[in-house]
Each structure stands twice: as structure tokens, then as C-alpha cells.
Design a protein around this ligand. Structure first.
Ligand SMILES: N[C@@H](CCC(=O)N[C@@H](CS)C(=O)NCC(=O)O)C(=O)O
Length: 212
């Protein structure tokens, strides 16, 4: 299988960590959405990552859809998302809050990476920051309610934990959300626990953020 996209993206990284945890081997297409745009578009008309090319040549897009495929490959015992019921809904909800925060973070990052300074619209950036922080704070509250030594859902690590940590680490690297230590303390503790695990360490590539 070929996983396209750099690990500095939280969406790519959550797929890569999942593949490592599930022991599904893959080649890594370490291509940038900036300079390798045309190359990526050969596999995904949107030019987005992650994109997964399966051993059968099928091209899968959207990290959520890719994770669904990987869970199916792994089977119900090893799948990283609870199969049904309240635990599945809770995990999906937490993942939506985390990926939503990441999307609002990515929009702020792209303001700096792709848009010239004189064309930026600060009220839009502020709105994104508020949405990102509020969503991340909601995830942080859930982590806090569960307690520092627990997982977000059930008794073992699930996709809800992997996604929350990938997003928190990305937003901390790029937008320094962790400096607001009061708001995201519980997430910071969960991230510290997870980032020590080999699958997380092997995929840890800090995003290069331009200064302004
Ligand atoms: N909803 C998508 C989001 C993926 C996404 O935003 N990827 C970014 C990299 S972090 C990307 O490909 N950006 C390039 C672009 O959209 O032009 C997913 O979950 O896969």
C-alpha cells in the first residue's frame, strides 16, 4: 500500500499511526501539498492528503474513510473504533470535534503559508481561532473527566485518542495552543503519554511554520 502525504499533517499522521499500530505495512509517499501538488492530483483529484493506494490499486481519500477501511482489514477484535452503540457514537463525536479543530487550524496556517500578508483578513482568522479553541477545549474537558491515566472511550486506546493527540500536537507545533496551559492541560497529558509510544514517535515530524 502507498500512503501519500507528509506526517506533519494530523490527518495523514493519524492514518500512519493506525497502520503502524495495526501492523499494516505501507510505503510512504512523503509528498508535499505545496510543491508536489500535481503529483498528488494524479492520485486524488482534490490534490489532498492523505490518499491511500491499496494493494488492489484502489484509491481511498479522506482520513475517516481510510481509517474505516483499515479497521475492516484489522477485524472486529483489533479495530480501533468501537463497532457500535454509545461508545462508537462518543468516539465519532470526539473525533469530529478534534478534526474540526484541526481544519480550523489548517485554515489559519494556510493564511500564513499561501496568502500574502496584505491580503489576510484578521476577523476571519480570529473566527477560525475561536472555533478551533472551543472545539479543542471540549475535547480537553472530556479527557479531564476521564482522568489522566484513562483513555477517552472504553478501556483501551481508540481512534478518539489517536486523533485527539495528532490534532493537539499539530496545533501546538503550528499555533502554539499548548501555551494556553489552563485550557488544554488534560490533552497535553494525554499527548505526552501517547507521544512516547513508538508508532507516534516514528511519525513525529513537526510542521515548518513561517514566522508571520
Ligand atoms: N477532511 C480531510 C482533510 C485533509 C486535509 O485537510 N489535508 C490537507 C493537509 S493537512 C491538505 O491536503 N491540504 C491541501 C489542500 O486542501 O489543498 C481528511 O480528513 O482527510
Amino acid at each position: 500500500m502507498l500512503l501519500i502525504g507528509m506526517f506533519d499533517s494530523p490527518f495523514v499522521r493519524r492514518v500512519a499511526i493506525t497502520m503502524k499500530l495495526l501492523e499494516i505495512p505501507f510505503e510512504h509517499g512523503n509528498w508535499s501539498v505545496g510543491k508536489d501538488f500535481d503529483r498528488i492530483r494524479n492520485y486524488n483529484p482534490l490534490g489532498r492528503v492523505p490518499t491511500l493506494v491499496t494493494d488492489d490499486g484502489e484509491r481511498l481519500m479522506e482520513s475517516g474513510a481510510i481509517l474505516d477501511y483499515l479497521d475492516e482489514l484489522a477485524g472486529p477484535e483489533r479495530a480501533l473504533l468501537p463497532r457500535s452503540g454509545p461508545e462508537r457514537r462518543k468516539a465519532l463525536n470526539l473525533m469530529a470535534m478534534s478534526t474540526g479543530a484541526a481544519e480550523k487550524g489548517v485554515l489559519q496556517v494556510y493564511e500564513r503559508v499561501f496568502r500574502p500578508e496584505e491580503r489576510r483578513h484578521q476577523p476571519w482568522v480570529d473566527r477560525c481561532r475561536l472555533q478551533m479553541s472551543s472545539s479543542l477545549a471540549a475535547v480537553d474537558r472530556h479527557v479531564g473527566e476521564r482522568g489522566a491515566a484513562q483513555w477517552l472511550v472504553g478501556k483501551r486506546m481508540t481512534q478518539a485518542d489517536i486523533t485527539a493527540v495528532c490534532v493537539y500536537t499539530f496545533l501546538n507545533d503550528t499555533l502554539r495552543v499548548g501555551e494556553d496551559a489552563v485550557m488544554f492541560q488534560s490533552l497535553a497529558l494525554l499527548a505526552a503519554r501517547c507521544e512516547a509510544i513508538p508508532a507516534f514517535q516514528e511519525t513525529r515530524v513537526p510542521f515548518f511554520m513561517p514566522a508571520s
